[in-house]
Design a protein around this ligand. Structure first.
Ligand SMILES: C[S@@+](CC[C@H](N)C(=O)[O-])C[C@H]1O[C@@H](n2cnc3c(N)ncnc32)[C@H](O)[C@@H]1O
Length: 195
């Protein structure tokens, strides 16, 4: 039976379509490194991945995951910082893709969850970092209290981006679930936007 795909699975599929070898990709919440590894495989040895997390342990997990593959790695920059500082590490109009997988690490310390105010600031930075035609992807988890507040903030951010024509927006989620299901937002920076 074909079940509706999870937002995180879809995000990987969209990344596969958006990225080419040699591209720069940003993982704004690298956590255990699953997403960073996927991006690294897509951009290949000539590409670059910037992976950000506020938890030093998460960066260690990501480093270990990348090393364990034994693949020829692209240049990977692991950054221990809040993603709202993205502009310090990624040049304007340089990234083909920026992805956020919000919330906290499953099985990890829930106090290290992403928060509405810094997420909104980071989304502004992400649009700056994207090259024209680049893709922003945000997975939100409204099923926990902080995540519900954050999901509302992300929705409002997307609405503003659409109305100001700074991005073209799409949304995927499963309706009619017992607890609010994760939401995947896509925001494509228009190609005709001056870099
Ligand atoms: C759902 S997990 C990410 C999962 C990860 N992408 C993976 O593939 O395993 C969310 C991550 O966001 C991180 N985080 C929380 N607040 C952050 C912030 N302000 N800036 C950057 N990372 C943050 C957490 O430490 C956690 O590792």
């Amino acid at each position: 039976m074909m079940l509706p795909p999870r937002p995180t699975t879809l995000a990987h599929e969209f990344a596969s379509q958006a990225l080419r070898e040699g591209d720069l990709a940003v993982d704004a919440t690298c956590g255990n490194g699953h997403d960073t590894l996927h991006l690294a495989l897509l951009v290949g040895p000539k590409g670059k991945v910037v992976a950000i997390d506020v938890q030093a342990d998460a960066l260690e997990q990501t480093r270990a995951r990348l090393e364990s593959t034994g693949l020829e790695s692209p240049e990977i920059q692991l950054i221990h910082a809040c993603h709202s500082r993205m502009g310090e590490f990624v040049a304007p109009s340089s990234a083909a893709l920026v992805m956020f997988n919000l919330g906290y690490l499953p099985g990890g310390d829930h106090t290290h969850t992403t928060r509405a105010d810094t997420t909104a600031a980071a989304l502004d930075q992400a649009v700056e970092a994207l090259r024209p035609g680049g893709l922003l992807m945000v997975t939100c988890y409204p099923g926990h209290p902080e995540g519900a507040i954050e999901a509302e903030t992300v929705k409002n951010w997307m609405k503003t981006a659409a109305s100001h024509h700074t991005a073209r927006i799409a949304k995927y989620s499963q309706p009619f679930t017992r607890t609010p299901a994760p939401i995947l937002w896509l925001a494509a920076k228009p190609c005709d936007m001056a870099p």
